[in-house]
Design a protein. Structure first.
Length: 99
């Protein structure tokens, strides 16, 4: 995990896990790391059409960030069920289906 510069307003070091342009799986994993880390600063991510609608990767209700808050799932694992139909439709042409 990259550490933020020590020039933050607080004398306590803060940690950041930046998901950025990664997949929805990476976003969920980053949220769990953040929830389990003391003085965690933030997870950066972008959802929506401009980022390829990666939230459609989720089976069931799509994940929603509301007012910069995302509830960390409490279900087993990452708390994310994958939509295999969406994954099959968006797999790279050079890859073979692994499911």
């Amino acid at each position: 995990m990259p550490r933020l510069p020590s020039k933050l307003p607080s004398p306590v070091r803060r940690w950041a896990c930046i998901a950025g342009r990664g997949s929805l799986i990476r976003f969920y994993a980053s949220m769990h790391i953040g929830a389990a880390t003391q003085n965690f600063f933030k997870v950066e991510n972008a959802l929506g059409t401009s980022r390829g609608d990666k939230e459609k990767m989720a089976q069931g209700p799509e994940p929603v960030v509301h007012k910069s808050v995302f509830p960390v799932p409490e279900r087993p694992g990452l708390g994310l069920d994958l939509n295999e139909d969406w994954l099959r439709a968006h797999i790279a042409s050079s890859d073979t289906w692994w499911g």
